[in-house]
Design a protein around this ligand. Sequence first.
Ligand code: PGA
Length: 261
Amino acid sequence: MKKLIIANWKMNPDTPEAAVRLVRAVLRQFKTAEPQNVEAVVAPPYPFLPAVGRALGGGIKLGAQDIFWEARGAYTGEISGGQLAALGVEYVLIGHSERRIHLGETDLMVQKKIRAAFAADLTAVLCVGERERQGADIPSVVGEELAAGLAGVKKDAVKNLVIAYEPVWAISTTPGAAGADTPDSAFRARLYIEKTLKNLYGVRAAARVRIIYGGSVRAANAASFLGEGQMDGLLVGGASLEDEEFGAIAAAAAKFKYLNI
Ligand code: PGA
């Protein structure tokens, strides 16, 4: 399976021109990184989706950072899955910790968004992770966020599901961030998530769900999460705004195709 690298631009950059410049620079770097061996996604802010989508061409896919759960209607300010799909969006981040923390997004909202993503044929990237480091054990909140987010989701839908394990304390912009998790602890989180998915959907369906890591990923640590950490991919925030850094992360991910991990 190809490794999946998702660039989460968050609320950056400021203008559509800057977004197009950035995506062009990212594409140039990406093309030197054996792009056929990695699955890459760029998730820009909503208003830049059309321009970034046009600039992307093949190679890198378009992602969105959020979705609303209703398909249409009187929901001022919201964007539906169908509207995203019509812009060429294929992936959507759901339940990112910044939305849970700053926008008060609840597990129930996350659950409805996951279903809306599947209804629109989008791949849902469900973000889970604890706010504080709690010793060596995988915090129970990870299991709770998974169970709540996936409630009512049927087995045949999970082929379009990605789980992003993102400990909040490891996200580069979290105040007092502790830096990236260790590959070893990310691996334990992976095993825990895998077990939860197996219990919910059985071994075969669970095996199709990609489990990725996010939190202070940079070129220097990317390979360790994909290798030792056995992650299926990476969710990259800050470093995805630096074209060379993102290119180097993609290059690291492409190498794993040969290792067949
Ligand atoms: P970071 O962000 O790579 O800047 O830590 C990751 C994320 O929040 O998705």
